[in-house]
Ligand binder design. Structure first.
Ligand code: C5P
Length: 239
């Protein structure tokens, strides 16, 4: 299918319509934002790395029976995906306290949770993505009860699959964010799975290999994304 007009430009990606109404093209940018857009910058080569890293995760999840929007990689920065009607919910799964959970509950960063924690946020930039629960989701008609159950089930399965996979790569999966959409009426995992949307810590050194290096000005941001790509594929991104 050929790329047609741009439908949407987000903080890290652009989405295009294609000649096939069932397919969209996603173009990954190097732009980085944090704190709901208050901090802006670029991470060299991030678009290329996140495109490829997301493809690795989506392929893995598809193999394990999770429905995702991923179809195929098209170029360095582009992937073909199923066209989704986005569900305005962000789902966060956490295994170790960090970021906003550590702050909200007064837990030292790095405290393991005895069970995975699942949170919902309302995807609304103007409101700064407030945390919501299933009652808010129902009351705002963001998803049906059946869709909420499917979303929770997929999110926890994704956590199990990624934990096992990353364990081999000596990466601790601290937390991650997922987004979902509807394709032909079915709930499908969308968006991206990358160091922009996950916290990855080196198992041995606890070094951060994710966007916290940008958020907290820790330096070596591109190198961290490159290291995640290398651990997943055994390759560097220019190979
Ligand atoms: O900031 P917080 O600790 O709530 O983030 C939890 C996880 O969700 C982190 O991995 C972060 O990268 C991701 N996240 C995201 N997009 C947001 C908010 C959080 O990818 N809008």
């Amino acid at each position: 299918p050929e790329k047609l007009e741009q439908l949407y430009e987000g903080k890290a990606k652009k989405v295009y319509r294609t000649t096939d109404p069932d397919l969209f093209m996603v173009d990954y940018k190097d732009d980085a934002t944090a704190f709901n857009g208050a901090k802006k910058g670029t991470i060299q080569n991030k678009g290329v790395l996140n495109n490829r890293i997301s493809a690795v995760f989506f392929k893995l999840l598809e193999e394990k029976g999770i429905p995702t929007h991923f179809v195929e990689l098209v170029s360095d920065r582009e992937m073909l995906v199923k066209s989704l009607k986005i569900i305005l919910i962000e789902v966060i799964v956490r295994n170790i306290a960090a970021g906003s959970l550590a702050k909200r509950l007064g837990l030292p960063e790095g405290t393991p949770m005895s069970r995975p924690v699942l949170e919902f946020y309302y995807k609304d930039d103007k409101l700064g993505d407030p945390m919501i629960n299933e009652y808010h989701i129902r009351a705002l008609d963001l998803a049906t009860p059946e869709q909420i159950d499917t979303i929770k089930d997929i999110a926890l399965k994704v956590n199990d699959i990624l934990l096992e996979y990353l364990s081999d790569k000596k990466i601790d999966l601290v937390d991650f964010k997922l987004e979902f959409g509807l394709h032909k009426g079915q709930v499908v995992l969308g968006d991206e799975i990358s160091p922009d949307t996950c916290r990855f810590w080196d198992r041995d050194t606890r070094e951060k290999l994710d966007k916290d290096r940008f958020r907290r000005d820790l330096g070596s941001v591109e190198e961290a994304y490159e290291e995640v790509f290398r651990r997943l594929t055994g390759k560097s991104s220019d190979q």
